[in-house]
Design a protein around this ligand. Structure first.
Ligand SMILES: [Zn+2]
Length: 336
């Protein structure tokens, strides 16, 4: 067997979605993941943070021959499957150990932590009876909303929206300016109490849904977020850390640093076939609300900002609470 034969080194994995969102294209959601090569690592290393999502898309396309065979691209996949495949591709490429340093939310100390991929992350699969759109009645506005999971295409749109905000930035961007936009992407239709229906199909529709979402009552927003989380799947990428200096306990999302794609000094032996990529199967029942939240960073020592640390584990709906100032600053933490 040729050592550089990627298909030989590849491993079949089962997507958290189990293929359910893709019609009959991926029965059982089984996808072959192959290790990435220097060429793919250069894609990431050579791209600045504002361009890393397209690089990640290319990387995912090249490491998942099954998708190409059935006429799918990584941007067609739901976010949870994309995060899952990226983590699996990293595991077959560089092994399970992923050392990071994460800033303590209280004292600022860089706390060392090593993620074991994928064993440290609980997995939730979509159930057999899953379908979308799924709907809920909002408690305050009494609007009925139909919702869906986001795909790579949506992630790209959100990315473009964020870039447009950054270009116009007058220094007044605070928090996550893409939050309402991202949540609006989940909305398939809104039926208002007076019977009026807005379907979210065109760019104009999206503008109107976005405006509506921005003024939504916090309880209605929470209802949308929870409903999406209940119908989502994937890894819970959050780990609980304890600060060795101040004993603060905080949560951190798996950061996607350069170290993730190109391990340095702490590299371990390539995994070959030894890694049990289906170990995530053992933790079938995940925490409520799966997490697509993964922060990206161009700097191996860059740590997630306050938005990606501390607080409760969010749902995939607000997956990627990554700081959006990052893109403006260049080299900051981004969401995937
Ligand atoms: Zn501390």
């Amino acid at each position: 067997m040729a050592e550089n034969d990627r298909s030989v080194l590849g491993t079949d994995v089962e997507l958290p979605s189990r293929g359910l969102p893709y019609g009959d294209k991926l029965p059982g959601g089984v996808v072959r993941v192959t290790p990435w090569t220097t060429r793919e690592q250069m894609l990431i290393a050579g791209s600045n943070p504002a361009q890393s999502l397209p690089a990640i898309n290319t990387l995912l396309d090249r490491c998942t021959p099954t998708l190409t065979e059935v006429g799918l691209r990584s941007v067609d996949l739901i976010t949870a499957d994309r995060v899952f495949l990226l983590i699996m591709a990293r595991t077959v490429s560089h092994g399970q150990s992923y050392p990071v340093r994460v800033k303590c939310t209280v004292c600022g100390l860089q706390v060392p932590h090593t993620f074991r991929l994928p064993d440290d992350m609980e997995m939730r699969f979509l159930p057999d009876n899953w379908s979308q759109p799924f709907e809920t009645l909002l408690p305050v506005s009494n609007a009925r909303v139909q919702l869906r999971l986001l795909r790579g295409h949506d992630d790209m749109d959100i990315e473009r929206y964020k870039e447009s905000l950054v270009r116009q930035d007058q220094g007044d961007i605070i928090g996550d300016p893409t939050y309402a936009y991202r949540m609006s992407k989940h909305v398939v239709s809104v039926t208002y109490p007076d019977g009026r229906v807005v379907e979210n199909r065109t760019k104009g529709d999206m503008g109107s849904v976005h405006a509506w979402y921005q003024s939504l009552h916090a309880m209605d927003d929470a209802e949308v977020r929870n409903t999406v989380a209940e119908h989502d799947c994937g890894f819970d990428t959050y780990a609980e850390l304890s600060c060795i200096r101040c004993s603060n306990i905080f949560e951190v999302g798996l950061p996607l640093s350069i170290e993730f794609f190109r391990p340095g000094r702490q590299r371990e032996r390539p995994p070959g076939r030894a890694v049990d990529l289906n170990s995530h199967r053992r933790s079938d029942v995940g925490r409520s609300g799966s997490d697509g939240a993964v922060a990206t960073s161009a700097d191996p020592d860059q740590v997630p900002g306050p938005e990606t640390t501390g607080g409760g584990s969010p749902s995939a709906a607000d997956g990627g609470r990554g700081s959006d100032e990052g893109a403006a600053a260049g080299g900051g933490v981004r969401s995937f």
